[in-house]
Write a protein that binds this ligand. Structure first.
Ligand code: HEM
Length: 127
């Protein structure tokens, strides 16, 4: 019999890869990732850990996820696009009830982080 927790972890890793396949070629997000991520294997593995911790409560990611974003040149639009791509990837790859949790968590993080980012960097939305 398969291990349900390992199955969920591997679904999350698939979701992260599905998201980055779209994000890396996205006109808005792609250049930000290309300009900052030097080691993709390491970045994907950090993102796996982050989402496994967020969605399954397992202790994998032990850092502070928001501060690295402050050095990136972004606007609220980037967080909105990030949310849309994340929702699409979660919808494609995750089983319920994980899918619903990933979607609502991603939406609220994109909203909160977008507000925190624009407040802390003084950026205004690019229309
Ligand atoms: C609320 C939505 C987001 C979440 C939950 C999220 C999550 C994360 C996490 C967990 C990390 C790893 C931080 C670490 O090194 O420990 C990270 C890094 C990164 N994120 Fe995000 N992110 C979000 C939005 C965005 C957006 C909109 C962009 C724009 C393209 C972005 C670009 C990056 C980049 C380039 C890095 C690597 C930074 C570096 O180490 O040089 N993220 N993100």
């Amino acid at each position: 019999m398969s291990d349900p927790s390992a199955d969920l972890e591997s679904a999350i890793c698939n979701c992260v890869r599905d998201f980055y396949e779209a994000a890396r070629i996205d006109a808005l997000l792609g250049p930000v990732f290309a300009g900052s991520v030097k080691n993709w294997d390491k970045h994907l593995s950090t993102m796996d850990d982050f989402w496994i911790t967020a969605l399954l409560g397992l202790e994998r990611y032990r850092s502070a996820p928001f501060p690295p974003h402050l050095k990136l040149a972004m606007s609220q639009q980037h967080f909105d696009r990030w949310r849309d791509l994340w929702v699409a990837s979660a919808t494609r790859t995750l089983p319920e009830p994980l899918r619903g949790r990933a979607i609502s968590m991603g939406k609220s993080m994109a909203h909160c982080w977008g507000e925190a980012y624009t407040t802390m960097t003084g950026q205004t939305a690019v229309v």
